[in-house]
Design a protein around this ligand. Structure first.
Ligand code: TRP
Length: 331
């Protein structure tokens, strides 16, 4: 089975944007690939961050992924910092990565403007990402469009390492992006992409009351000022959510009632809340079950890290040898 690697940052909340955009796909891929999924806490510390909540956010992300259907019986799930080989391979890759390429990364250029003094970790972030993937010699990487440039760099690092140290062998593959159907999930503010940092999300594990408290004031078609104003469903973010969560018949009714101003936006939102809650209920239940048995989650993450580490150690032994490092003496 071809191998897949992907990572997600411990933002603290798995929301319906991540779920529809990435995690549902991760769950599906478990059927046909050897999947390795990682909560990338080391990537989450490359900017200013809250150290106090990082471990909780990492835990919550792992619980969210398991609740959403990542199955430790079929896939490997672990926390990046539990496998120190990620950092070690990053260091070794730093030696073959041109700084110019790193400075060219659009995400770096974008984020660097937020700092008076840019941390080196922000610049070398993509090298760690290359190490994540190549440590497992993964062939495919499910990512969004925004990570494609980083993946190109991972391929370049792979090529350069092979050329310099591979002794005629292409030890590292050239990992390819597995682009998910571009689902752009717009936030409840109707502005940008749904994202935790913009505070415009619906959490996957939020109780129905909280979901409703967020849905009720959410932006709809701006043309519908009064209830009797006809709307254009295609201009409404709530309608786009109906398309993901409501059955086809309901989606049609919603569109018709919006165009004909038969429903107010609140009516439409109530129906969405109902279907959203139906879809999310089993995920919330599984999360509650896991939180009630935290030892089980610890066990899963422990097993995941051991499995990952077995592969990682092999890769590093090869890399160290080929780069000429003296093997340590084992006593
Ligand atoms: N940089 C990715 C993001 O922000 C997360 C990530 C880290 C990743 N390492 C990875 C994704 C390896 C895929 C493969 O979304």
């Amino acid at each position: 089975m071809p191998r897949i690697f992907s990572g997600i940052q411990p933002s603290g909340e798995l929301h319906i944007g991540n779920w529809l955009g990435a995690v549902q796909n991760w769950v599906r891929l478990q059927d046909s690939y050897d999947c390795i999924y990682c909560v990338v806490d080391l990537h989450a510390i490359t900017g200013k961050y809250d150290a106090e909540s990082l471990s909780r956010r990492t835990w919550d992300m792992a619980v969210g992924l398991l609740a959403a259907g990542i199955d430790p019986g079929r896939a490997t799930l672990f926390v990046q910092s539990h496998v120190p080989e990620h950092s070690e391979l990053q260091w070794l890759f730093n030696t073959v990565t041109p700084i110019g390429e790193l400075e060219r990364m659009t995400q770096f250029k974008d984020k660097a403007t937020r700092f008076e003094s840019v941390p080196a970790g922000l610049l070398t972030y993509p090298v760690l990402m290359a190490a994540d993937i190549l440590l497992y010699r993964a062939d495919l990487v499910p990512v969004g469009e925004d990570q494609v440039q980083h993946l190109e760099l991972a391929r370049e690092i792979s090529r350069k390492w092979n050329a310099e140290f591979g002794r005629g062998m292409d030890y590292f593959p050239e990992p390819k992006p597995l682009l998910t159907e571009a689902k752009r999930i717009v936030g409840l503010d109707g502005q940008g992409k749904m994202s935790k940092s913009l505070g415009n999300t619906i959490g996957l594990l939020e109780p129905p009351e909280d979901v409703w408290a967020k849905l009720r004031p959410a932006k709809t078609d701006p043309a519908r000022v009064r209830r009797q104003d006809p709307g254009t469903p295609e201009h409404c973010n709530i309608y786009s959510l109906h398309r993901y969560f409501s059955p086809p018949g309901t989606v049609e009714t919603v569109a018709g009632n919006c165009r004909g101003a038969l429903w107010g936006c609140l009516d439409c939102k109530q129906v969405l809340a109902q279907h959203l809650n139906t879809a999310l209920a089993p995920i919330r239940d599984r999360a509650a079950e896991l939180e009630a048995h935290q030892g089980r989650v610890q066990q899963i993450l422990g097993d995941g890290a051991s499995r990952a580490r077995r592969i990682a150690r092999e890769t590093l032994a090869f890399v160290r040898e080929h780069m000429g490092l003296l093997p340590p003496t084992t006593t």
